[in-house]
Ligand binder design. Structure first.
Ligand code: NAD
Ligand code: GLY
Length: 360
């Protein structure tokens, strides 16, 4: 097992990464404050992993309140959030009851937001079961639900007490979902870790074969990058926004097509190519760099082009981005592989051209 720390002073917490950790209740028990513990999961993950987690916790005397939600991005909304509150209230959960989110990023984001709101805040633990959640969404305390007008628009910064990433769970993840997680892994290489990007070029095939050593390395390196950024800028006043490379374009795809049509990671991959193309058109990166990024995304099983919604529709949805300031769109672009920058003064015509070039 590898352990990293997200360094946030008194709210610092560990990230444990390893094989078979779901069964190690002794890692979880010290973080629980009451016997009763709620586990929020969904109808796909519950049959796979709820029993394994619950059995270990029962052995150390924990009473489980299971909350099983419908699956998918299309359910990351207020209605499903209320199902969590209904269950917590029905079962007399208290402010000191811990909520464990067991699942992918959708469960983690919704469970975390429920924990932030229930009785004005209950402790919560992230047990991510997708690659995307293990390398990104479970770390850093961003929690949210979607709104029909914008992705992740209603939410809170609310840190977990513990992140437990059991790499065994990735064995049941569909290949398409695994690839979606790779989009966020590649993101760290692009924004701040050129050596990791090089490593990914050498090891992407091993990762897709679920080679244990490669997987452990990539998850730990990703979490280390994320933990450093979050520790430096928890509430996204500056550097943390760079973690959104490709996301502004990507959110337009997700919202524009309807949640759940394209996977989040797929939309981020196509959005990353739009950001790369825009950076190239500004003379900030070379055509060779763009080709390297495209090749790696494609080898990861990800789309390098977005759906052809037309640039005006992209731009309309992009204006709902959380990085919009004083009505002005700000974008994360690249100054090289391993170097991302935030920019607010790109002409609409440039953005349109980059979008059109990367749609089909
Ligand atoms: P997801 O949660 O929908 O999970 C993908 C699918 O895999 C679902 O059907 C899920 O039920 C299933 N699944 C989960 N674990 C499984 C397993 N071990 N075996 C088999 N199936 C499994 O999607 P995701 O890609 O994990 O997360 C995407 C979400 O994360 C988006 O809503 C995105 O906005 C959010 N996100 C949040 C942050 C953050 O910082 N909070 C960062 C990145 C993404
Ligand atoms: N996924 C972006 C962030 O956590 O800031």
């Amino acid at each position: 097992m590898h352990t990293l720390t997200v360094d946030l002073g008194l709210r610092s917490y560990p990230i444990h990464i390893g094989s078979g950790l779901l069964e190690h209740a002794e890692l979880i028990a010290p973080h629980l404050r009451t016997r009763k513990t709620a586990i929020v999961t969904n109808e796909v993950v519950a049959p796979l992993y709820l029993e394994r987690l619950s059995a270990g916790l029962a052995r150390v005397g924990v009473d489980i309140v299971p909350v099983i939600l419908p699956d998918g991005e299309a359910h990351k909304n207020g209605q499903t959030l209320n199902m969590i509150f209904d269950a917590l209230l029905r079962e007399h959960c208290e402010r000191s009851t811990t909520l464990i989110a067991l699942g992918g990023g959708v469960i983690g984001d919704m469970g975390g937001f429920a924990a932030a709101c229930y009785q004005r805040g209950m402790p919560f633990i992230q047990i991510p079961t997708t690659l995307l959640a293990q390398v990104d969404s479970s770390v850093g305390g961003k929690t949210a639900i979607n709104h029909p007008l914008g992705k992740n628009m209603i939410g809170a910064f609310y840190q977990p007490r513990l992140v437990l990433a059991d790499t065994v769970t990735l064995a049941t993840l569909p290949a398409r979902e695994f690839s979606a997680g790779l989009a966020e892994v590649i993101k760290y290489g692009l924004i701040r870790d050129a050596a990791f990007f090089d490593w990914l070029e050498q090891n992407i095939d091993a990762l897709r074969r679920l080679d244990a050593d490669s997987l452990a390395f990539a998850i730990e390196r990703s979490c280390r990058n994320k933990a450093e950024v979050v520790a430096a800028d928890e509430t996204e006043q500056g550097e943390r926004a760079l973690l959104n490379l490709g996301h502004t374009f990507g959110h337009a795809i997700e919202t524009g097509l309807g949640y759940g049509q394209w996977l989040h990671g797929e939309a981020v991959a196509a959005g990353t190519m739009m950001a790369a193309e825009l950076s190239r058109s500004l003379g900030w990166i070379s055509a060779d760099d763009v080709a390297r990024i495209e090749r790696l995304l494609e080898r990861a099983g990800l789309p390098a082009f977005g759906p052809d919604l037309g640039a005006p529709r992209y731009l309309k949805w992009m204006m709902h981005d959380k990085k919009v300031e004083a009505g002005k769109l700000r974008l994360v672009l690249l100054r090289g592989i391993g170097k991302a920058v935030m920019t607010g003064d790109i002409a609409m015509s440039h953005m349109s051209a980059a979008i059109e070039a990367r749609c089909r």
